[in-house]
Design a protein around this ligand. Sequence first.
Ligand code: SF4
Length: 485
Amino acid sequence: MCGFVGLIGVDSASTALCLGLQAVQHRGQDAAGIATYDGAGRLHLYKDLGRVAEVFSRESLQTLTGRAGVAQVRYPTVGASTRNDAQPFITRRPSIALAHNGNVTNLTELNAYLESRGMRTYSGCDAEPILLILADELLRLKVTGHTADDLAVAVTKTMSRVRGSYSVVAVLEVDDQPTLVAFRDPHGIRPAVYGQRADGAWSAVSESVSLDVNDFRLVGEVPPGSMVLLRAGAEPVVRELLPEPRRACVFEDIYFARPDSVMSGGSVYARRWALGERLADEWKAKGLEADVVVAVPDTSRPAAQAMAERLGLPYREGFIKNRYSARTFIMPDQATREAEMRLKINLIDGIFRDQRVIVVDDSIVRGTTMRRLVSKVREHGPAAVHVTIFSPAVKHPCFYGIDMPSKQELVAHGPATGPELEDRLAEHFGADSVTFLSREGLVEVAGNDICAACFTGAYPVEVDEEERGHIVRDRRPDAPTAAAS
Ligand code: SF4
């Protein structure tokens, strides 16, 4: 999972790109990079491992001159964790700087294709083949002087070769003017929105919070399978290229995106609230009773507050998150994740004692955090601990950019579903009950046009066994290859 920012028509674009990146730091903490376009094909690039504030200094930003550029924060689900794999990537012929968020699922095929065209990649990052194919398709049309029509042809051909999830932002010269282009895979699995500022500047970003921080107004979403051309002071040009039924990742709503972001045409906060209300109804239908609702911070807070309101129960803060620890779910290896988890959350004494507590969390992936939390809650003498999850059970790996690589690592994997699964997990966590939101409840809130493959196994883009094997191996070089679904 990653986050990107693209800008055009902004003085000192590098500073604004840096601010935009900081707004999506939660989407990737492994590496950060900025490439700026300085006119007449000149590109400047700076990227390194680390968080945004660690990678960039005032001096490094000053070397990134230009009024347009793209930037990215990276969390590697594919490729190594080296500077070489950090984004953006650039080509000099034609001059393009490109960054993306997503996970390309046919990397082996793309690398073989590139080799057949006399090219090779120098990183394990899937943004590089996207860029090389796009550049190659442009060069096949003409060497210089590309038009918007040329770009539409090249992006369509790139889309037809690249499979998986990808939201891409790039800056290049089109129709003899600097142009910011954003395009999204045919199903629009990963998010991408764009916005305008009063001075005519444009920005395309993963999450609208990167627009907010630079004073841009959200204009719209990059439609699935489409590209949007943005130029300073001009109207955006939206071209539908290769659209398929929309399948936006519902995990963005549940866990990944910031609650103050607007995506898929609505507020993430409002959707988390609605998921909490629906979960409350389903929990109540079980005939259970409780005294207090507590959220596992921070993602779960809106859903937990909604649940409390719906059930007529008090909401209390029972867990305090160490604000300087990272999100455990996106730490790249298990050992680091577990160490971070021990640092992450502490309990407030007195909230749990003699209470029948509803603990609300966004999802259960490996289950290690919840097991530890319930054990900590038990130390505080509750009358009962009811675990509630405002998403269905994660039973399948994600191949589109979120790190849940093998079924064996998912605590809910296996044939059990419904009450049988909930009882098994209640025992595993040491809880009195476990309640997942039903798939029907999820669809009622989030709609039918979502990717929910990690819950259902219905993948919008087919990933064959060989590709699954590659993805799993590339993700977890420290672990034995696990059988994918
Ligand atoms: S499989 Fe799950 S996490 Fe992956 S894109 Fe689909 S909904 Fe999102």
